[in-house]
Write a protein of this length. Sequence first.
Length: 358
Amino acid sequence: MSKPFPDNPFLTENFAPVMAECDAPDLIVSEGELPSELGGTLYRNGPNPMFPPLGNKHHWFLGEGMIHAIHVEGGRASYRNRWVRTEQYEAQREAHERLVPTGFGEAPVAGAENVKRNVANTNVVWHAGKLLALDEGNSPVAMDGDTLTTDGSWTFEGKYEGPMTAHPKFDPRTGEMHFFGYMAAGPGTPDISYQVVDRNGKLTRTEMFKAPYASMVHDFIVTDEHVIFPIFPATIDVERIMKGGPTIAWDPDAGTHIGIMARDASVDTVRWFKGDPCYVYHPMNAWTSHEGGRTRVHADVMKYSRVPLFPDADGKKAPTDLADEQGMLVRWTFDLDGNSDTYTETQLTDLGGEFPRF
Ligand SMILES: [Fe+2]
């Protein structure tokens, strides 16, 4: 028997976990008609903890992923939802209780130390005939796009077994998927991997380089000519963790470092630009321009003055205190023909927001 969930803003109201898996084959169309030519599936992923937290440090990002799918075809719509059957899910389902904590730095239940921590809860993407559930700490988990059954971890025919960002980028011209992984040489390492997968799902490139420090690297940007790796001071400091400090923390002294390289060049050519401490979960767009004999990279990103949802390095500030954390859309411009290691910033609007899209 499962216990009730505690009163936590990330476990109640709109954030409350859905405890049922179901198939609704004929959804009610309450107004108008679905065009018969419209066909496709809208997939959604999100943290949906299957059991209440172990301790009092529950974090939104650590609940088990559940995929929701609304399928439209022939003037009808259906709905289906399934948890992603990760190793963590299967072990806990068998135990009928939570084994793996949902708080950073919390210990698992005794005996569950070796259960692989994999939540596959952050995004779901479709590429080369595969539906991939993603978190940023593990390999993607492949699922059947129709039944939502889990096929298991996908390692690109064994060519890349490291972590994969939940925000890969898709090149509409080439059909390629580009992605990176952070802590790619193991927990606490500053190593970043960079991969390209062709339109047929074959991994054609994998390389590693070192960021200035280990941190939570949530997203990156690809233009038709350049790749941009933004490193923000949400640091992962093994020494701090060993002393009982927070796993991921706002550490502004580390500064912001933005790495840029040409897509057709090696990671050895990544050029680092430095900026004021800030955090960006999600960019909106980026492009490369050539004007007046200068090559520039422009990036529009949703910028915070500090990392939301994580404490300061000294452990102060609750991760649920979002009052002074508001994303603002800014445009960064990098002059690749200049000698400066800085970049310019223009605020594009005073409207706060997140998940920017065209
Ligand atoms: Fe994200």
